[in-house]
Design a protein around this ligand. Structure first.
Ligand code: TXA
Ligand code: MG
Length: 349
C-alpha cells in the first residue's frame, strides 16, 4: 500500500492539508495523526470496515476496544446512553485534554469499536491537528496509538513510519507530541469511578472534583494475580526488543544496583543500555546511557520515555537497565509504562 506522508504546521494546520486527511477518513482510509499524548491511527469510527483495518495494520487483538475521538462535547450525545454528572464536571474541566471517559454505549457505536462490550471510551484530544481533522471529517475518529501492537507508543512521526509505513494510507507529521504518554482512562460505568490506565490527567487532579475516584489495583501492583479491568492492560505493552529491568527505591541504591548489574552484563559480553535521569546520568561508566529527563520535572520523563525505549532498539542493546521514579502524580503513569515495558521485571532496592 502507498503511504502518503504530509508535514503539517502543528500550531496552525494548513486547511488544505486537514481537508486531505478528512477526505481520506471519509473514504474509509487509515490516517495517523498527532495528538497531545501520542500519535493515533485514525479511521471513521462509524465505519465498521474502516475500523477493522486498524486492527489489521497494528496486529491488534480483536478483544481490545478502541477510543472514539471527538472535537466538541455535543458530539458525545448520539454515542452514549447517558452522561453521568461526574462526566459533565470532568469534561468541562479537562476536555480537550488527555482524559478518556468510559460511558454506556448507544447502538450507533459499531461492535468492532467496543470489542462487543456495552461501554465505549471517548476523548477530546487537545491538539489543533487532531481537533481540526475530526471536525473536518464530520465523524468520531476511532484511534488507538499508531504503533505496531506491543511496541512503545509513537511520540514522533518517525516512530509511526517505522512501524506502519506501507500498511496505512496517510501519516500526518505534526512533530513531537506533548505529554508523551497516553491519556488517562476513567471508567464511570461502575459503582465507583475507576482509573483503568493512569496518564496525562493524574488521580490527584481528578480527585479534586470526584473525591471517591479510585485507581485499579493492577496498575501499580507488581503481582500478576490481580486481573486488570481494562482489556488493553492485560497485554505486554510498550515493549522494547531488549530485556529490561527496572530498579525502584532510594535513588542512591538504584544507581549502585544499576552500576553493579551493568558491570555484570558487560563482563559477560552483553551490550547494556542504561535509562538514567539528568541528575544521575554522569554516575554510570558502563553501557550506553540515555537520560530520559529530570527527576525534578517528571513531565520531561513522560515526554521522552517512549522515544528512549525506541532508541535502545535502534542501538540494538541486549538489556536495558532503567531507573524507576516515585509514584504519585504523573510518576504513577510513568511507573505503569515501565512495568509494562519490562514485563513486570521490577527490582526494589
Ligand atoms: O492518548 C491516548 O489515549 C491515545 C491517543 C491516540 O488518543 N490512544 C490510545 O489508544 O492510547 P489505545 O487503543 O492504544 O489504548 C486505549 C485503551 C486500551 O487500554 C483499551 O483497552 C482501553 O483504552 N479501552 C478502550 N475502550 C474501553 C472500554 N470500553 N472499557 C475499558 N477499557 C477500554
Ligand atoms: Mg496503545
Amino acid at each position: 500500500m502507498e503511504t502518503r506522508i504530509i508535514r503539517i504546521n502543528e500550531h496552525n494546520p494548513e486547511p488544505e492539508l486537514i481537508m486531505e486527511g478528512a477526505r481520506y477518513i471519509k473514504k474509509g482510509k487509515l490516517v495517523a495523526f498527532p495528538t497531545e499524548t501520542v500519535y493515533g491511527l485514525g479511521a471513521n469510527g462509524l465505519n465498521e470496515e474502516a475500523v477493522r483495518k486498524i486492527f489489521a495494520a497494528k496486529g491488534r487483538p480483536q478483544d481490545n476496544p478502541l477510543i472514539l475521538h471527538i472535537s466538541k462535547i455535543s458530539e458525545i450525545k448520539p454515542l452514549v446512553k447517558s452522561i453521568p454528572k461526574e462526566a459533565e464536571i470532568l469534561m468541562e474541566e479537562f476536555w480537550p485534554g488527555p482524559l478518556t471517559i468510559i460511558f454506556e454505549r448507544s447502538s450507533l457505536v459499531p461492535d468492532v469499536i467496543t470489542a462487543g462490550i456495552d461501554t465505549v471510551a471517548i476523548r477530546m484530544p487537545n491538539h489543533p491537528v487532531a481537533l481540526e481533522l475530526i471536525e473536518a471529517s464530520g465523524v468520531p475518529i476511532a484511534a488507538p496509538s499508531a504503533n505496531t501492537s506491543g511496541k512503545p507508543s509513537p511520540t514522533l512521526a518517525e516512530h509511526v513510519i517505522k512501524d506502519l509505513y506501507g500498511k496505512i494510507d496517510m501519516i500526518i507529521d505534526g512533530g513531537a507530541t506533548g505529554v508523551g504518554l497516553e491519556s488517562t482512562v476513567l471508567d464511570l460505568t461502575g459503582d465507583v469511578p475507576m482509573i483503568l490506565r493512569p496518564g496525562g490527567i493524574t488521580l490527584e487532579a481528578i480527585k479534586y472534583f470526584i473525591p471517591n475516584v479510585e485507581m485499579d489495583l493492577s496498575i501499580i501492583s507488581s503481582s500478576d494475580k490481580i486481573i486488570p479491568k481494562s482489556p488493553g492492560q492485560k497485554y505486554r505493552h510498550y515493549a522494547p526488543n531488549a530485556d529490561m529491568i527496572v530498579f525502584t527505591g532510594n535513588i542512591e541504591n538504584i544507581v549502585e544496583a544499576i552500576r553493579n548489574k551493568a558491570k555484570e552484563y558487560v563482563d559477560s559480553g552483553k551490550s547494556v543500555g542504561i535509562m538514567a535521569t539528568d541528575e544521575t546520568k554522569n554516575r554510570y561508566d558502563e553501557g550506553i546511557v540515555i537520560s530520559i529527563g529530570s527527576r525534578r520535572n517528571k513531565g520531561t520523563i513522560a515526554h521522552n520515555l517512549f522515544n528512549a525505549l525506541r532508541q535502545f532498539d535502534e542501538l540494538g542493546v541486549d538489556i536495558i537497565l532503567s531507573e524507576g521514579v516515585e509514584t504519585g502524580s504523573i510518576g504513577t503513569a510513568i511507573m505503569n509504562r515501565l512495568k509494562k515495558s519490562s514485563g513486570g521485571n521490577i527490582i526494589e532496592v
